[in-house]
Design a protein around this ligand. Structure first.
Ligand code: HSE
Length: 437
């Protein structure tokens, strides 16, 4: 059978990996796909480097638009990233009737609704396994493997850079800024590391997962995004004393009132498998009604792990491109006319447990005042530690864990606590999830 022709846009780390793996495993990939998958043209601004990577095996150009307009190309692989020219190229490829494979989570989280609508009209596929958790086949699992289930919630460590930083902060007791430098030197961080450390990258990914899990449109603008740059090493230590680890989690949960969609540092019980995912690894925990909890673990970044997902999509598109579009797997798991606009809950309405750290005067009645405030807000205390003041100090750290409550109640209680003369400075508030089924 005639080979399927692929145009690759961007041959950086992941593009290089795609080239290498396609070549190394060509025979087996062909046995799976039923025909040869051939990269016939690569577009990259750096033509010299592109020529080096491809070793004269295909045409190289610096004009990506010539690739999406080339009538001989069947599938365009977009590995440029960002929402700028990448969006124009993807939309043009779709308009030209080409299938698209992309690793671009930012593009899909922000413009996915428009892209999928255009693809549906043009009867083409847009495949994006590599956009979430790199090499872990989580899109396939949620979209197809769990299709029988009512998915209840997903909690994922979906940014390797921040997981590496948190692991190092815990292991070595180092401050955030020092570990960030190490992560950058190791090449984990995105080109702009603020996307990693401020939680934006994880928010793109959880936005996509929420759409796949619940059949809702992409709603990145409603996702709560909070990173780890303000997290202090002292809270990692105190969390450990209570039996918890702090992870940057992307969380989405379906509740009777709407969908929770949030990224923030989270205390999770140290005994959970996912709490022991260390370094730059990713893991996604999915709670569904029929199967119960399932956990997916692997490399969330890097040349060959991400290439593994890109090529899996190439195989899928190769197998399915002649099928009637109505018989293909829908982009967002649910039939396009079955997507529902469930409300995304504002953070004040989210229900979870909390970790609070206060700097308090060590004198009679302080604890009573604080617990009174919590009781007035109907917040139940789960555990308390009060540290002994240091030598010659009159203030000490008071750390409390609460049972589940609504975030607006905790915020109201914190505002009242900060008014107490015995409480110095601001109260540190972190969210805590038990992740039980
Ligand atoms: N920068 C991302 C991470 C990898 O640290 O996980 C690509 O999504």
């Amino acid at each position: 059978m005639k080979p399927i022709n692929v145009g690759l846009l961007g041959i950086g780390t992941v593009g290089g990996g795609v080239f290498t793996v396609l070549k190394r495993n060509a025979d087996e990939i062909m046995r799976r796909a039923g025909r040869d998958i051939r990269i016939t043209v690569v577009a990259d601004k750096n033509v010299e480097r592109a020529k080096e990577v491809t070793g004269g095996k295909c045409r190289v150009t610096d004009d990506a638009f010539s690739v999406v307009n080339d009538p001989d190309i069947d599938i365009v692989v977009e590995l440029i990233g960002g929402y700028g020219v990448a969006k124009e190229l993807v939309m043009k490829a779709i308009a030209n009737g080409k299938h698209v494979v992309t690793a671009n989570k930012a593009l899909l989280a922000v413009h996915g609704n428009e892209i999928f609508l255009a693809a549906q009209k043009m009867r083409v596929m847009v495949a994006f396994e590599a956009a979430v958790a790199g090499g872990i086949p989580i899109v396939k699992a949620v979209r197809e493997g769990l299709a029988a289930n009512h998915i209840e919630w997903i909690a994922g460590i979906i940014n390797g850079t921040t997981n590496f930083i948190l692991s190092e902060m815990r292991d070595k007791g180092l401050p955030f800024a020092d570990v960030l430098k190490e992560a950058q030197a190791l090449g984990y961080a995105e080109a702009d590391p603020t996307f990693d450390i401020e939680g934006v990258d994880a928010a793109h990914k959880i936005t996509i997962l929420a759409s796949l899990a619940f059949g809702i449109p992409m709603q990145f603008d409603k996702t709560h995004v909070e990173g780890i740059s303000k997290l202090q090493a002292v809270d990692i230590r105190y969390a450990e004393q209570f039996g918890y680890r702090i992870k940057l989690l992307g969380i989405t949960r379906r509740t009777p009132e709407g969908v929770e969609l949030r990224v923030h540092p989270t205390l999770i019980p140290a005994r959970r498998l996912i709490a022991n995912v260390e370094g730059a690894m990713n893991a996604v925990l999915v709670q569904a009604d029929a199967v119960g909890p399932t956990l997916y673990y692997g490399k969330g970044a890097g040349a060959e792990p991400t290439a593994s997902s890109v090529i899996a999509d190439l195989v899928d598109v190769t197998r399915m491109h002649t099928a009637d579009p109505e018989n293909r797997v829908p982009h967002l798991a649910f039939q396009p006319n079955q997507l529902v606009n469930l409300k995304v809950l504002p953070m004040g309405e989210v229900q979870t447990s909390y970790y609070l750290r206060l700097r308090v005067a060590d004198k009679p009645g302080v604890l009573a005042d604080i617990t009174r405030i919590l009781a007035d807000e109907q917040i139940s205390i789960d555990a308390v530690i009060q540290k002994e003041p240091g030598e010659g100090e009159e203030q000490t750290d008071l750390i409390m864990l609460t049972h589940q409550t609504r975030e607006k109640r905790v915020n109201a209680a914190i505002a009242k606590m900060e008014q107490l003369s015995a409480v110095a400075g601001q109260v540190t508030r972190l969210r805590l999830e038990h992740l039980g089924s």
